[in-house]
Design a protein around this ligand. Sequence first.
Ligand code: SF4
Ligand code: SF4
Length: 440
Amino acid sequence: MTTTIADRRIEDAGLEAGIARLTPEKIQKTILAVLEGEGGARLKTYVETCVRCGMCAKACHYYMSHKDPSYAPVAKVRQTMWEILKHKGLVSPEFIHQCAQIAYTECNLCRRCMHYCPLGIDTAYIMSFVRRICHKLGVTPQYIQDTAHSHSATMNQMWVKDDEWIDTLKWQEDEARDEMPELRIPLEVEGADFMYSVIAPEPKFRTQLIYQAAFIFNQAGLNWTMPATPGWDNSNMAMFSGDMEIMGRVEMAHFEAAQRLRVKRIVMGECGHAFRAIYDVGNRWLGWGMHPVPVVHSIEFFWDLLNSGKIRMAKKYPGPVTIHDPCNVIRGRGLMDKLREVVHAICDGVVEMTPNREHNYCCCAGGGVINCGPPFKNVRIVGNSVKADQLKATGVKTCIAPCHNCHGGLEDIIHKYGLGIELKFLGDIIYECMEKKGAS
Ligand code: SF4
Ligand code: SF4
């Protein structure tokens, strides 16, 4: 069945308030300014080279789940950017609402479709550009806008106060010292080899991940630290809301914390979008081709610890388990082999999903879609039945996903489709099954 975006219109406070302030003339002025200032050769090339072949359709989990051609990647571009360009930006406020709904909630920016396009067109880039226009027009889903503003106001997305951040680290250190008395969570150590970096939900409601990471760092005998100042939260929803100015500030604070401490390397926790923000987007926006401080994702970090013998497994986690490949570190960074080597080193009975690696289906939470909140929850869950089928076909009850957003998205579809699958981070399994020297 073919629908239109008008058939699927969803009310959202941010979108409604945003379009109420607009006129076609205001919209055109803003769009022309964004196109002139930021719309370079890449956008022009993608728009002008698309041959409308439709080969990207079957790459997109929204299309595959709904079997509705209007969810195909090329259809999303046709309904948004092509119309914007055709009308030279002179479009209605209601049309901007439709653009925002498509770009923010019907595309995860997962970049799977780019692999299936014979011309390598990156629809995610075009949808990011549409989001940028919507942001400049003040038409952004309320929930993700709130999160970006929280980060702007407090330098973390969850209003964790500076003293709460330090208290939480000390609390986790105390807890972990009951198990391993020598353990420390070192703060503000200048010249440390590693700065460990987490997202704000960890001190807020996933503190066990900080405990586990501290345990692994201490067992490996590493010279590491965490910052006591703003810049510790590596999440970045502004990257997905299209607010590149706040996105850049967040990444600048992150790099500045590492540079102030003169650490040799930043280790990012198990989060995909945060890695994309610091590794691929923030550095470029800030004018650095490469990073002023080297950055590694936890997959690479764990791979190195296991291969160098700095940590050892006392036993393997009993399988069968399957692996979910997060878009931002697999398609985005090519860590598919290292992820498998880590999982095989720590688990028995690995069952691959089909397809996998760079062809894996997205969790349908990344790209900021889960952060657009309850109004759009059903869109992403129904729009990812193909992922539920993929998980179910493995027949396993444990899935390893080294990404926070993937946990959020997969939890929702596991619940909705009654899959009975438990999700794990790599750190969960390493902590549970590693040799624990000096631990009680
Ligand atoms: S980037 Fe992902 S979600 Fe967006 S159109 Fe392409 S395949 Fe679909
Ligand atoms: S596969 Fe590429 S060229 Fe073909 S319709 Fe999709 S974006 Fe256009």
